[in-house]
Design a protein around this ligand. Structure first.
Ligand SMILES: Cc1cc2nc3c(=O)[nH]c(=O)nc-3n(C[C@H](O)[C@H](O)[C@H](O)COP(=O)(O)O)c2cc1C
Length: 433
């Protein structure tokens, strides 16, 4: 029998994406209202999900704001600290970038969230997509070198978390000994990217290790995840893509001296749900109605990093129609997934421009009823393609309602989800291995 799926809910307002924020019931006025996210996290906890997740980007294109909230967002860790204080069991996964944030800040922020949540924090470790203009002191390296920098950052973060062990605290009033100073030590890190003296300014480790999430799935990203990640937030538009990624990560984890089960593959699952399939399709189309042909071609060009004018509209397209970009692309993972889809589907230009990978994201997508969502999830689990998923409700908040109120209970009846929280410091399933 399969272990329970590990299920998270994204607290990025995916239900506002595209044109969906314009719906009367979108609650767009509350996009920066922390109470909204607290309420959603409390609902996710009542549904006994494993975690809530907040991705993060640190750049904003002013012109994008005319069309919707885009990358504008509250700081993820501050938001999740509020969530943590209003919940008891659910994990809180925050995003911190090794390209833009100093390891000292990362270590202190993570341990603070771990203490504030009583042991429910996890780190979504990203190497960033854009935003270097906001962090002028350091060059933005290419994607491969950013993973080397991430490797060093993680090493420093871990050293800092060990530099003031929680059990150094003595609190001996009579003897006048607050902490055992010998147990607290600088780390004297002198590396390629970071020079950090240490120690950390707070005792760490009382609530256990902070699990690590990772997302990039290039060769470098997979190797990094195999060595360090407890979970991969994967972009996997097809069952085959998810299964291949999971198989590869399990093999790489073993080669790295870990168990195959140590790295869980949790694809993002974009859900456009409605009571009927026709209504769900209408919801999806409504959310993307702002994207005319020129905008879709521009998105295609930006994902692949090449000019796409002049593609033939009267025949199926092949990989040869898309030369590999000479310049680094924004996300190798996204570009590679789209190329893979072109090779397998050989779509016409119209079909290509309608793909979720082009119009919205490279995530797994269900446009249908909550029963359709359950069937997809069961099929992917049965095919050994996933260890769980991160729900990304789209189109409207009703998608989120149907996921929590209908799909989750159905999955639980099917025996795929945990029945209760166990232990006092969850993120149990990820901390246990
Ligand atoms: C599914 C997915 C989600 C990501 N989420 C974030 C994010 O929230 N913030 C961020 O700065 N970068 C994010 N990234 C970027 C990655 O951290 C990484 O920098 C980028 O994908 C380049 O690595 P790659 O070459 O392995 O794809 C994400 C990437 C993927 C594939």
């Amino acid at each position: 029998m399969n272990p329970p799926l590990i299920v998270g809910l994204s607290l990025a307002s995916t239900w506002l994406s595209g044109s969906a924020w314009r719906r009367a019931d979108s609650l767009v006025e509350r996009h920066h209202d922390v109470d909204l996210y607290v309420e959603l996290a409390q609902r996710a906890e009542r549904a006994r999900l494993d975690f809530v997740f907040r991705p993060d980007t640190v750049y904003l294109d002013p012109s994008s704001q005319a069309q919707g909230p885009g990358t504008s967002a509250l700081d993820p860790t501050l938001l999740l600290a509020c969530v943590a204080r209003a919940t008891r069991h659910i994990g809180v996964v925050t995003t911190l970038s090794t390209s833009f944030q100093e390891p000292f800040h990362i270590a202190r922020t993570l341990e603070s969230l771990q203490v504030i949540s009583g042991g429910r924090a996890a780190w979504n470790l990203v190497t960033g997509l854009e935003g270097q203009g906001n962090f002028g002191h350091r060059p933005f390296l290419d994607a491969g070198a950013r993973y080397q920098q991430a490797e060093e950052s993680l090493q420093v973060v871990q050293a800092l978390l060990g530099s003031y062990p929680a059990d150094a605290l003595q609190l001996d009033r009579e003897g006048g000994l607050y902490a055992n100073a010998q147990a607290i030590h600088p780390i004297h890190h002198q590396g390629t990217h970071f020079q950090v003296h240490g120690p950390l300014t707070l005792p760490a480790g009382r609530f256990g290790r902070v699990p690590i999430f990772q997302a990039g799935a290039s060769e470098d990203g997979r190797a990094f995840a195999a060595r360090h990640a407890d979970a991969v937030f994967a972009a996997a538009p097809t069952l085959d893509a998810a299964r291949d990624l999971r198989t590869a990560l399990r093999q790489l984890a073993v080669q790295a001296g870990r168990s195959a089960e140590a790295v869980r593959v949790l694809p993002g699952l974009s859900l456009y749900l409605a009571p009927t399939r026709d209504e769900a399709q209408a919801l999806f189309e409504q959310a993307h109605e702002h994207l005319g042909r020129p905008q879709r071609l521009a998105k295609l060009s930006s994902i692949l990093g090449i000019a796409v004018d002049g593609l033939p509209a009267d025949r199926r397209l092949t990989p040869e129609d898309f030369p590999v970009a000479a310049q680094p692309v924004r996300s190798r993972t996204h570009a590679e997934l789209l190329r893979r889809r072109i090779a397998s589907d050989r779509p016409t230009l119209d079909a290509l421009l309608a793909l979720p990978e082009v119009v919205s994201s490279a995530h797994w997508q269900v446009v249908g009823t909550s029963t359709d969502a359950v069937e997809h999830i069961l099929a992917w689990q049965a095919a050994d393609a996933i260890d769980g998923f991160v729900a990304l409700p789209g189109g409207s908040l009703a998608s989120l309602d149907l996921f929590l109120d209908e799909a989750v209970p159905c999955l639980r009846s099917a025996g795929c989800l945990r029945t209760a929280y166990t232990g006092s410091h969850l993120f149990g399933p990820l901390q246990d291995v």
